[in-house]
Structures are given as C-alpha cells and as structure tokens.
Design a protein around this ligand. Structure first.
Ligand SMILES: Cc1cc2nc3c(=O)[nH]c(=O)nc-3n(C[C@H](O)[C@H](O)[C@H](O)COP(=O)(O)OP(=O)(O)OC[C@H]3O[C@@H](n4cnc5c(N)ncnc54)[C@H](O)[C@@H]3O)c2cc1C
Length: 372
C-alpha cells in the first residue's frame, strides 16, 4: 500500500479547518500550521450561508451546492452549530426583489414572496415588518469559530497534527515545485502545501513569486449581550442585516459583510446598534456588548481562488470571501483534487490562472463574461 500523502495546510480558519478535515478523511497525513486556531476573518464573520442575489449563475450554482454540503457535514459531525433558520429579505426595491425572485427561482432557489402578515408570522418581533419581502427557507447560519474548532478537533482525533501559534514565513521551492514551508520554528517538508491563510495568503504566495490579487475590505459587526429569543432567522432589511447567534446575541451589520468602520469605529458601532434597537420590538432592552472589525479575504474580481497553479506544482490555493458559505464544498473538492488528481468542472472559473502573473501585467486575464 502506498504511504499516505504528506500535506501541510496553512491556516486554521473555516477554510483550512474544512480542507484539513476532508483530507484527513481521505487518508492523507495532514499537518495544520497556523498562528490562530479558529481563524482571523472567521471569528468576525456574519456567517450567513446563502446563494442570494448579486451573483452570476455559475457562482450561484457553486454556492447552492455548498449549502447542501453543509447538511452532509452536519450529518458527519454531531454538534455542528448549524441552523437552517431561513432568511427574510427586503433590502432591494420591489421591482428588484421580483427580478431576483424570478431569476433565482428559475435556478432552483427556494424563494417565497411574502406580505406583511406573513412577514410578521416569520419574525414577530420586527418593529416595522415589510409590506413585501422574500422568504428563503433554505438559508441558514453557522457559528463559524465553533464549527472550525469542531472540524479541527475531529481531524486531530483521526490523526491530523495541529501546530498552533506558528508563523509561516515563506513557501519553500525546489525548482518550480513547492516542497514545504519555512516557519518561525524551522523548515517543514511535504508532498503538497495548501495555502488557506485568508488575508495572509497573498504575502505567502509572493514568497514563491506567485501573485494572488487580494483585497481585504474591513467590515464592522455589532454584538448585543445574549438575550431572549428575538429573531427566528436571518433578517436582510435595507441597510440592516441581523441574526441571533446560538448563544442568543443579536449580531448585525449595515450589510452582512459588515459596516464600513470609517474614522471612528466606536461611533459607527453605537449608531448601528441604535438602529438594531429601534428595528425590534423590545429592542430597547437590548444591551450593546462589543463590536468586531474583520477583513474579508476577497480576490480582486470577487470570486474565489481555488486550486493548483502550473507556476508552482505542489501548491493548492484556497482564498475567498463567502468562506463560511463555501467551506464544506471547498474542503471536499480540494481533497478530491489533491488526492485523486481529478478536476471538478465547477472549479474551472475559480483558478488563479484567470489573473495574469509576473511579466504578464498584473490584472484580470479574462473578462468576467468569459468566466460565466
Ligand atoms: C465582517 C465579515 C462578514 C462576513 N460575512 C460572511 C457571511 O455572511 N457569509 C459568508 O459566507 N462569509 C462571510 N464572510 C467571509 C468569511 O468569514 C471568510 O471568507 C472566511 O472566514 C475566511 O476563512 P479563512 O479560513 O480563509 O481565513 P481566516 O479566518 O482569516 O483564517 C486564516 C488562517 O490563516 C492563518 N495565517 C495567516 N497567515 C499566516 C502565516 N503567515 N503563518 C501562519 N498562519 C497564518 C491565521 O492564523 C488563520 O488561522 C464575512 C467576513 C467578514 C470579515
């Protein structure tokens, strides 16, 4: 029997955790190396699992597939803090909501138009329920740090080695192949290196002369103290996205990606929290606890970067916004691609090769239309 492939996963956020877990299930010899267990963007996420409006069909289908993969993961991991709580959405004009519903319904998304009376039944504590909204019962949320920790704990139980508190300083190359990593504790070698370091991905890739065009926009989220149940599911109101976490905190941003913290994050947080209070019946009882500012690891064209690159065999990249929605599918496909050396057709639009590399001009190589 061939010896298992030795694989280093850099990063222990929701993406690194999911990839490590799936690789371990496929019998690889996995070592996770990360500065922080549970991630950097991951703890600051709104953590809405969705395939909502604003994306072309190929990306919708990818996200929708990952929503189903969350249910598969929940069946394999008892205690996963996942809730298919549904989303009530009215953050568009009525005409835009209709266009969104028609398009996504045609793609197979479970959208139901609802009036004020039904909105009130779905979310009885809204101070000002919408006259017209869309209800998407199949949307959900997960507590992202607990999910990452559970994935890592289960992977370690099956043999994964977790090295936390270690900084990876560079990728190690032999010829053009990536053969390991240089860390604060010395060099480590492997058959494959998975780079799932969130916002830290671009710098590490650059250490091997690989350009990963990444932006890291900030997003501020407010958290109330835990309170009685006020929200049943996700609320996507104009300029206010909210949900209640498993421990009872109401969390909110002016958008799920977080509010722009601006020059004065404290005052942006207080202003946002004031809106949360007025939007809920009994909201005056809500107590502000803290705010977070997260930096979304967002490839320059907004779509994930997933897979290997001809420029550096042995390296597998996984960097994306919407990492919470996509974690189970990314983990599954990364493990398939690395272990089986197969290619999933749905990953074709997400390769690094769509961006130019050094010497080619630094930008998008193909048009967005060519991706769809
Ligand atoms: C405000 C906000 C709201 C969001 N809302 C949603 C949402 O509603 N739905 C959704 O799907 N997504 C959402 N996202 C995006 C999602 O949270 C991220 O895509 C996801 O958390 C990224 O996970 P990750 O594991 O790639 O990165 P991270 O969680 O950032 O983890 C990176 C890991 O890499 C390690 N690392 C980095 N550099 C090094 C190094 N040099 N050496 C060692 N270790 C290193 C870190 O220690 C960490 O363990 C949101 C993000 C933010 C900030």
């Amino acid at each position: 029997m061939p010896s298992p492939q030795k694989i280093i996963v850099i990063g222990a956020g929701i993406i690194g955790a999911s990839i490590a877990w799936h690789l371990q299930r496929r019998g690889a010899s996995v070592t996770v190396v990360a500065q922080t267990i549970g991630g950097v963007a991951t703890p600051n996420s709104f953590a809405w699992i969705n395939a909502s409006w604003g994306n072309p069909e190929f990306y919708f289908q990818f996200r929708h597939r990952s929503m189903a993969e969350w249910s598969r993961l929940a069946a394999d991991l008892p205690g996963l803090p996942l809730a298919w709580c549904g989303g009530l959405c009215w953050d568009l004009t009525e005409a835009e909501l209709d266009a969104y519903a028609a398009r996504h319904h045609g793609w197979g998304y479970g959208i139901q138009p609802v009036n004020r009376a039904t909105s009130t039944i779905i979310e009885p504590n809204l101070a000002n329920p919408p006259d017209y909204a869309l209800h998407i019962a199949e949307e959900g949320a997960v507590e992202p740090v607990a999910a990452s920790e559970l994935l890592l704990k289960d992977a370690c139980r099956q043999g994964t080695v977790m090295l936390a508190g270690i900084e990876v300083k560079a990728l190690l190359r032999k010829g053009n192949r990536i053969v390991g990593i240089e860390t604060s504790q010395g060099a480590m070698h492997a058959d494959h290196v998975v780079l799932a370091a969130g916002a830290g991905t671009a710098a590490l890739a650059a250490s091997a002369d690989i350009l990963v065009p990444l932006e890291t926009p900030p997003g501020l989220i407010v958290h109330s103290r835990p309170t009685q149940k006020l929200l049943n599911g996700l609320v996507m109101a104009p300029h206010l996205h909210m949900r209640q976490t498993a421990e009872g905190r109401v969390v909110a941003g002016s958008d799920f990606g977080g509010t722009d913290p601006g020059e004065n994050p404290e005052s942006a947080a207080r202003e946002l929290f004031a809106r949360v209070r007025t939007s809920l019946k009994g909201g005056e009882e809500l107590e502000f606890d803290f705010h977070t500012i997260g930096y979304r690891p967002t490839p320059k064209d907004g779509f994930p970067i997933l897979g290997g690159t001809d420029a550096a065999p042995g390296l597998y990249l996984a960097v994306l916004h919407s990492g919470v929605t996509l974690a189970p599918l990314v983990g599954l496909l990364a493990a398939q691609e690395i272990i089986d050396e197969s290619q999933d057709p749905q990953l074709a639009p997400f390769r690094l090769s769509r961006f130019a590399q050094a010497g080619e001009g630094y930008g998008l190589r193909k048009s967005r239309d060519a991706l769809s």
